[in-house]
Design a protein around this ligand. Structure first.
Ligand code: MCN
Length: 791
């Protein structure tokens, strides 16, 4: 029943470029973040971390630290074990044959990556706590370490975990290996690429933080934390880690300053904060420093891949074969197994009809920070591979890369399209979006200009990135079949208050996406009230009974879908009250701009806000109807949504210096019906910036000792605004048939598109030098080397 923006009563809220209601408090400093909250008697936690990549803990002497002024307690991993709590940081995604080593709050036997928590200091002040850290004496026996996912599996190194002698956590396959081999044998040509996708560090503006308050008398734990999914955190903390009943834990995510995936996960640190509060009976606060974030927030990507593509001479793609070593880091993070397996391999068909696909992924433990979903998660890695393959194939066939794409796009009448990589794409008009992007840059003319400039010794490159994304993982049954230990649904409450205002309680949790504005638009549209009448509440497990949270670009489609469904039920109850009070049948009541009126008699009307009042008075309701006007909705969509689009970049590369200048960046995105064009544009801007960051600047590196070399902002370079071009954005609108409001996600699309687009552009510029691929981040040095500068 997707009729999108026109589905409501016509109040016009859905689709309007309304300014974000959340911005004024955020910009004027009244937004309240975890670290802003202080309770009476708050103490401060600092965490002693290992400075070895791999070592056995011989002994820990805490006595000097304990004697320091202001220090209340120093705890080690043994103390946690002795406390008898379950002490597990559980994985939330199983895979066939998955090796799941023990993962405790504080290490007891070994440290497996630099930054592993080994002891916790609680003190009266933050400074006293952090000063005490260096007075904890830890003796280690150093062990040989490994940081590269291929080395971990193929070299003879001591295992990160004894349970996985060869460091293989899983060996995953998707697709039909035999059919793919046959396709390759029958095809005219094969092109291939070897590539690395470096580790990325999320860099949210606000580092992670937690404030725990254990109330002995009631046995209740309140935990404020930087969470993208408070209910999931509540669940994981409950059974797996602290052994408290779920209804004795309240997780509150106040303002959260960005996440990009990094705040989905259940880390040891927040759990230790809660456990310390339970030991001391006082509130305990932990605020990560920026360097701590670099060492401990889950990193993203870390793939080493060989991709092959088989084609006929006319450009028809026959098959794709991919083999990847994915670095998982030292521990399995919640979705660290799903990201490089299902979320990756299933998008390898991209926008194309590819009859045979086979992908194998070896998930490898390494002595590094755990790796998990980072904006684009899995889909970014997969689209990068297929887009690189299409470009190298075009080079091999001497065919224009836009033309090669065009010949293989899934045509509009093929939807729903079942890909050879096991997804069913909902809807798409791929060629329309690509044409629009190419029109924006005047593609044919640009190619002409490229030829002319080459004659003058100047090298411009035109990069194309066409993508699909699987957003909003659902339905729950499918997620469960694939190994998810959580559902794909979302929940909300839509409530009219007795004076006609509306409260929406949503199970998702914003970190900057603008839910308070867009959800208000969805509810206002359905209920025929003003956006200003709607207040949206997220991020508190005691106020919002259930939810799954915000990740995987699911909030608009699954969360918004739930709100629309709930609001429609509220509207229908109100319609029955209106019919009763207007003394007519329900079928005769029309709804327009918040007003219920009798068909053919517009004067006989009642406004929905008046009815809300009546619903709570309860004096004159239809026979048997309960008072009140609110609905709780659980919504489990029947499929993902599949946003798509084409981005085009024009770069100029100076081979002598290796400098890359982005002249133009055009993004055409299709996220179905658009709730708020301004917010969607903002999401696309942020996404492009992160994709360009990956392509040209970012990348975590470890030194020979297994220490993170990029541990400060001046060592790990995220692009500044001055390093980014103006973004030219446009949209096509192909509604999703799978949710009540026709929307598709947009939160990750542009990150997925931008990295391959930029790499495509640089490789295109360097065609005269015989360069068809350069690994990210493409630095001036790598360009200079690739063009023979060091010869
Ligand atoms: N939207 C819309 N119309 C659509 C689709 C979305 O108006 N057709 C709006 C939504 O209502 C929402 C926003 O765009 O306000 C993003 O929606 P959606 O694509 O559903 O994504 P989520 O809200 O679930 O956010 C998650 C997504 C992810 S996975 C990452 S990573 C990411 C991203 O959002 N992290 C972000 N964008 C971010 N933006 C900010 N500021 N900070 C982050 O950490």
């Amino acid at each position: 029943d997707a009729s999108g923006a026109s589905d409501g009563d016509g109040s016009g809220a859905f689709g309007a470029a309304i300014e974000r209601g959340e911005d004024v408090p955020l910009l004027t400093g009244s937004g309240e973040y975890t670290d802003d909250i202080s309770l009476r008697g708050t103490t401060h936690l600092a965490i002693r971390r290992s400075d070895h990549a791999h070592a056995r803990i011989e002994s820990i002497d805490t006595s000097d630290a304990e004697a320091m002024e202001g220090v209340l307690a120093v705890f080690t991993g043994e103390d946690v074990v002795e406390s008898g709590v379950p002490n597990t940081i559980p994985t939330a995604w199983d895979l066939p044959g998955l090796v799941q080593p023990q993962y405790r709050m504080l290490a007891t036997d070994k440290v497996r990556h630099e930054g592993t928590p080994v002891a916790a200091v609680v003190a009266e002040t933050r400074h006293a706590a952090s000063d005490a850290l260096e007075h904890i004496h830890v003796e280690y026996e150093e062990l040989e370490h490994v940081t590269d996912p291929v080395d971990a599996v193929e070299r003879d190194v001591p295992p990160v975990h004894d349970e996985a002698e060869d460091n293989v956590a899983f060996d995953f396959e998707l697709g039909d290996a035999d059919a793919t081999d046959e396709a390759f044998a029958d095809a005219d040509r094969v092109a291939s690429v070897d590539l690395r996708q470096p580790r990325l560090i999320p860099n949210a503006m606000e580092p992670r933080a937690a404030l725990a308050d254990w109330e002995e008398a009631t046995g209740k734990l309140r935990l404020w934390m930087t969470s993208q999914n408070p209910h999931l955190h509540r669940m994981l903390l409950s059974a797996g880690t602290l052994g408290l009943p779920e209804n004795k834990i309240q997780v509150i995510a106040p303002e959260v300053g960005g996440g990009f995936g990094s705040k989905i996960y259940h880390y040891p640190d927040e759990a230790v904060t809660a456990w310390c509060s339970m030991q001391l009976g006082r509130p305990v606060k932990w605020q990560a420093t920026r360097s701590e974030s670099y060492l401990t927030d889950c990193h993203g990507r870390d793939h080493v891949t060989t991709g092959e593509i088989a084609l006929d001479d006319d450009g028809t793609i026959r098959g794709v074969r991919v083999e990847t070593h994915a670095g998982l880091g030292a521990q399995l993070s919640q979705f660290g197994t799903a990201t490089p397996s299902y979320l990756y391999a299933t998008v390898l068909s991209g926008q194309y009809t590819i009859p045979a696909i086979h992908c194998r992924v070896v998930g490898a433990f390494t002595n590094t920070t755990p790796v998990d979903a980072y904006r684009g998660a899995g889909r970014a890695e997969g689209i990068y591979v297929i887009e690189r393959l299409v470009d190298v194939a075009a080079r091999e066939l001497e065919m224009d890369p836009a033309e090669l794409r065009r010949r293989n796009l899934v045509p509009p009448d093929e939807f729903p399209y079942e890909s050879a990589a096991a997804l069913v794409y909902d809807s798409g008009e791929y060629e329309r979006a690509m044409d629009l992007a190419l029109e924006h840059v005047d593609y044919e003319e640009l190619r002409e200009r490229q030829r002319e400039l080459r004659d003058e010794g100047r090298y411009i490159g035109i990069g194309i990135g066409s993508f699909i994304e699987s957003a909003g993982l659902s339905p729950s049954g499918l997620a469960g079949d694939l190994g998810a230990q959580a559902g794909g649904w979302e929940s909300s409450i839509v409530r009219f208050d007795s004076t006609g205002s509306v409260t929406v309680l949503a199970g998702t949790a914003d970190q900057g996406q603008g839910h308070r504005t867009t959800y208000a638009q969805v509810a206002a549209e359905e209920l025929g009230v003003s956006v200003d009448d709607v207040t949206v509440v997220e991020g508190d497990t005691d106020r919002i009974p259930q939810g799954m949270g915000t990740y995987g670009s699911r909030s608009a489609s699954v969360g918004g879908g739930s709100i629309a469904r709930g609001a429609r039920e509220v509207r229908e109850k109100a319609r029955r009250i209106a019919a009763h009070q207007l003394e007519t049948s329900v079928d005769d009541i029309e709804f327009d701009d918040g007003e219920f009126h009798v068909a053919g008699a517009p004067d006989r009307s009642l406004h929905i806000q008046t009815i809300a009042h009546e619903a709570y008075l309860g004096h004159d309701l239809p026979e048997g109807m309960d008072p009140g006007l609110e609905e709780t909705n659980f919504y489990d969509p029947e499929n993902f949504t599949y946003p798509f689009g084409t981005h085009v970049a024009v770069v100029e590369v100076e081979p002598e210096t290796g400098e890359i200048e982005i002249e133009r960046y055009v993004a055409v995105d299709d996220c179905g019906e658009i709730i708020n064009p301004m917010i969607v544009e903002g999401q696309v801007h942020g996404g492009i910036a992160q994709g360009i960051g990956a392509a040209l600047y970012e990348g975590a590196a470890y030194d020979d000792d297994g220490h993170l070399r990029t541990r400060r902002m001046d060592e790990y370079v995220v692009p500044h605004a001055t390093q980014l071009p103006d973004f030219e954005t446009d949209n096509t609108v192909t509604p999703s048939p799978h949710n009540p409001i026709g929307v598709k996600g947009v939160g990750e699309s542009a990150t997925i598109a931008a990295a391959p687009t930029i790499v495509s552009a640089v490789a295109d510029a360097l065609e005269p030098f015989g360069v068809d691929h350069l690994d990210m981040p493409i630095t001036p040095e790598s360009v200079w080397r690739a063009t023979g500068g060091d010869n």
